[in-house]
Design a protein around this ligand. Structure first.
Ligand code: SF4
Length: 95
């Protein structure tokens, strides 16, 4: 389940530099999350960083894009080929 940015977005841009997967970009009226790149920050943080950063709580889980923790970790690995994710890793599934 990737995250999405809803209509509460004020286009402040705070989330964009916080996304470790470079999944966020500016759209016409709101910022947007590329669901192919979003891994819910699994493997890197125990909380999705866009949601932590957003001042209007516009970054929310997209229930139409459900993925398992393993699937999300694969997306993070793809975005960070130089990192080693063996052993324990942060994940909001484990909080
Ligand atoms: Fe980027 Fe993490 Fe937000 Fe997904 S949940 S858009 S990977 S900051």
């Amino acid at each position: 389940m990737s995250y999405k940015i809803n209509e509460e977005c004020t286009s402040c841009g705070a989330c964009e530099p916080e996304c470790p997967n470079a999944a966020i970009s500016q759209g016409d009226t709101t910022y947007l999350i590329n669901s192919a790149l979003c891994s819910e920050c699994v493997g890197l943080h125990d909380t999705p960083q866009c949601a932590v950063t957003c001042p209007t709580e516009a970054c929310v889980a997209d229930p139409s894009k459900k993925e398992t923790e393993a699937e999300l970790l694969e997306k993070t690995k793809k975005a960070h080929p130089d990192k080693n994710f063996s052993g324990s890793f942060p994940s909001h599934f484990r909080k």
